[in-house]
Design a protein around this ligand. Structure first.
Ligand code: PLP
Length: 389
């Protein structure tokens, strides 16, 4: 006998990458040397100071116990100082900053902290799939809003049905945007804040990419006037500090929102391993040169990724922020998987099909820059050969 899973899981499938990574592992076991240009998993190390702090703290005998649910005061101060130095935004480290074990868990905590069963949640299409699954897991209902290429992947807020807006409680936004690479702008954030106040919607900006290949000053939703009343922001050291495996994220915002989220978090996890907190504190002081060096590596890789996209006759903008390239495929393909599956099985290169981010991604592919120049060159060579170029 097998006990039935919860009904809410009917909407949730295994995460696309989880299934695809299994397939890639199988192909590799059959002797194929698959180059994975799919997932955004930074392959470069964190700063030396980060590793040293982590290792030295781990060597101490008294650093291995449970930790505070809200992190050490030093970590919270480090996060608040990072926000000040990076975005010129001030938060009280005692009450307006909450460390997380990666921002992904924050998406789930926020959903559980603010949503009642049946509440409507506004989710970008295309967008990070976790917003949708976290909504279902909280028993709420996702309502997808269109991001529009003509509008630089910003939504047309006035095209969302007024009835839905009156029922919506939470809205996910993600600028700089993944998967489209759109940077967003303050004028849009200001419009969004007026909109959120009018319809009494909590807006969460998910902001893990603002330091990666950013064009201008790193953006935060808190650059817009009035954000604190209706906005919170997730951030993460996964991409910006090459610490994806260590699971270090944060949520910043008004104390009332932080306190509510802590009610969920403190009942789910048991704090961040102290050596990881020490590593995070060191990482948060990485200087601009460290960030520039990381971006220079991504820039060189991006040049080769552009060549891959050109070989595939894709159309795309070179103004994208973050560690991915998002590009439209040629009209001649019936669907994007015709292309990505052919490239996987005939050129041994995995590229993400855009449909996994929603229906508006159905004619797009996403290439990750988290592979070495050598691998990207080899992927280019294989794809050129496949298409006889
Ligand atoms: C848009 C977006 N948000 C959140 C995350 C989660 O990041 P982490 O949990 O590593 O902080 C990712 C990771 O790929 C992402 O692309």
């Amino acid at each position: 006998m097998i006990i039935e899973p919860a009904n809410k899981l009917a909407h949730i499938n295994e995460y696309y990458f989880s299934a695809k990574l299994k397939e890639i592992a199988q192909l590799r076991a059959q002797g194929k040397s698959i180059i994975n240009l799919g997932i955004g998993n930074p392959d470069m190390p964190p700063s030396e100071a980060t590793i040293n702090a982590l290792v030295e703290t781990a060597k101490q005998p008294n650093t291995h116990g449970y930790q505070s649910y809200i992190g050490t005061p030093e970590l919270r101060q480090g996060l608040a100082s990072f926000y000040q130095a990076t975005y010129n935004v001030t938060f009280n480290s005692n009450s307006e900053v909450l460390p997380l074990l990666g921002s992904k868990e924050g998406i789930s905590f926020i959903s559980n902290a603010f949503l009642n069963p049946g509440d409507k949640v506004l989710i970008p299409n295309p967008g990070y799939p976790t917003y949708t699954s976290a909504t279902y897991l909280a028993g709420a209902e996702p309502i997808f809003y269109d991001l529009d290429e003509q509008n630089n992947w910003l939504p047309k807020l006035d095209s969302i049905d007024e009835k839905i807006l009156n029922e919506a409680k939470l809205m996910w936004v993600n600028y700089p945007n993944m998967p489209t690479g759109s940077e967003g702008n303050i004028a849009y954030f200001e419009k969004l804040i007026a909109f959120a106040k009018k319809y009494k919607i909590l807006v969460c900006n998910d902001n893990p990419y603002s330091l990666v290949l950013n064009n201008e000053r790193p953006m935060s939703i808190f650059h817009a006037d009035g954000a604190k009343e209706v906005c919170i922001e997730l951030n993460s050291l996964s991409k910006s500090h090459n610490l994806a495996g260590a699971r270090i994220g944060m949520i910043v915002g008004d104390k009332a929102y932080i306190d509510t989220i802590l009610k969920v978090k403190s009942n789910v996890d048991s704090g961040m391993y102290l050596p990881v907190q020490a590593g995070a504190i060191a990482a948060l002081t990485n200087n601009q040169e460290w960030h520039n060096t990381r971006n220079e590596v991504y820039k060189k890789r991006r040049t080769i990724a552009y060549q891959i996209l050109d070989t595939l006759n894709c159309s795309y903008t070179k103004e994208q922020v973050g560690m991915f390239l998002w590009a439209k495929i040629e009209d001649k393909y019936n669907n994007v998987e015709d292309l990505t599956e052919r490239i996987l099985h005939e050129a041994d290169v995995f590229i993400t099909p855009g449909f996994i981010f929603g229906t508006n991604g159905a004619r797009y592919i996403r290439i990750s820059l988290c592979s070495t120049e050598n691998d990207l060159q080899e992927a280019l060579k294989r794809i050129e050969k496949l298409f006889n170029i």
